[in-house]
Design a protein around this ligand. Structure first.
Ligand code: GRF
Length: 213
């Protein structure tokens, strides 16, 4: 049994946000921290894209935001970059690494250092439609319901223990864009709520099962 510990000794629970894109999830999480809905603080925001919206949104909110070059690999961080990400997150003393549209697969040393401390949001109801553009996969498959999944990150792609899911209907006439927008609305609800529970220490992991207490 792994205990995902929340706030201890009155110390504020610290989040490290990683993203490559526009940062709507990161903004929702930062705003939920600022309003007190999530009992945590954003300690650092890191992107592998120098011009990413997520960095802009973080800076607008007065949060530390840094670009760290990902190295020469296309879908992963190379070894030196991985070490730089780990160092930055450790220096910021993060308790939880929150992937918010981070487009690189994290492996090996990173997941050992932050074991059971990395979460991701995926725009489908896992285990259906893992991988890229999950909303398009769902639309093309013809499902009537899809949604968003918050899960722990393990060595696979979108395979870690599921913490929370929120459903979204697929409506007649939906396009990839309208469905994605509806899923992102759901993400902005379920992700902050799940991070709040993690920060409170209210989630226990037992193998693949996560238990909300
Ligand atoms: C989200 O739709 C999330 O599901 C996926 O990447 C997207 C990031 O969007 N993992 P944003 O950068 O949070 O706006």
């Amino acid at each position: 049994m792994v205990d995902v510990r929340g706030m201890s000794g009155g110390k504020q629970f610290r989040l490290g946000l990683l993203g490559s894109g526009k940062g709507s999830n990161a903004a929702a999480i930062a705003d939920a921290c600022a309003s007190g809905q999530v009992p945590a603080q954003v300690a650092i925001v890191i992107s592998d894209e120098a011009e990413a919206g997520i960095l802009q949104r973080a800076r607008e909110r007065g949060l530390p935001a840094v670009f760290i070059a990902p190295g020469k690999l296309r879908v992963k961080l190379d070894e030196a970059a991985g070490a730089a990400y780990i160092r930055a997150l450790q220096e910021a003393q993060v308790d939880l690494v929150v992937l918010a549209g981070f487009m690189r697969i994290l492996k090996g040393e990173f997941l050992r250092v932050f074991a059971q401390r990395v979460v991701n949001i995926h725009p489908a109801l896992l285990p259906a439609f893992p991988g890229l553009e999950a909303w398009k996969q769902a639309l093309e498959y013809g499902v009537k319901v899809t949604g968003a999944t918050v899960h722990f990150v393990d060595e696979g792609v979108d395979t870690g223990p599921i913490i929370a899911q929120r459903t979204v209907p697929v409506l007649p006439g939906d396009t990839a864009a309208t469905l994605h927008a509806r899923i992102q609305e759901a993400e902005r609800v379920v992700y902050p709520a799940t991070i709040a529970a993690l920060a409170r220490g209210a989630i226990r992991v037992e193998g693949r099962q996560t238990v909300w207490q």
